[in-house]
Design a binder for this molecule. Sequence first.
Ligand code: ZN
Length: 255
Amino acid sequence: MSGKLGAVINTGIGISAAFVVAGVAAFGLAEADHASASAPSSVVSPTPTPTPAPATAPAPQSSTSTTPSSYPTTVASGKKQLFLTFDDGPDPVWTPQVLAVLAKYDAHATFFQLGSMQAAHPGIRDQVLAAGNTIGNHSISHAQLTKLSAAKRHHEIFDGPRSSCFRPPYGAANDKVRADIKAAGMVPVLWDIDTLDWQRPGKQAIVNRILTQAHSGAVILMHDAGGDRGQTVAALDQALETLTARGYTFPAMDC
Ligand SMILES: [Zn+2]
């Protein structure tokens, strides 16, 4: 695995604090998939981060160096492509709205779903797949895997949604988590562009984070559950309109 993944994952420590700040209720899901990982290239540090990192854009990077080769993202030669991802669903209210926007632009995405949400909302998973999207495993209950016993960690990873891609909740992982992901036949997938949509910063703020950081091959993190995702849906519509005009297409990851 790349050093990048290790760097990001070790920043998964201020989650509890971030969770409290976010005050999210439903399912105990912190909407923050990333308390602090908006800059995947950040230096490894165990320092707790009580609040999400500032939404500053990462340093300019070339389109070829930002996506680890381990990501199941292959940009077709000569094309400009972005990889949209939606975490924490499926949700009966928001997932269908995201699907409708994607269809409007002939776009596809990868949905990192929770086993608990799939069980609570049967049928939506099939709608996601039927529309040509792919599904990633985001664990069963959105637990912080680095804090679990071996047995519970194993259960969250191995018994979550069936996929070849795994995104640890909060981006929190360590060697044991990574070993379980690999043993389960999956690859870890984080992101390049964190929209911080779970903070509900306003539609335009989400749009701007996407547009200012977009580069071919980038993986974009958004959420289709965990609270009111109206801003996410509206921002997705506006961003896809602009990005489509810029020549981007949106394939699902091979998960
Ligand atoms: Zn999540």
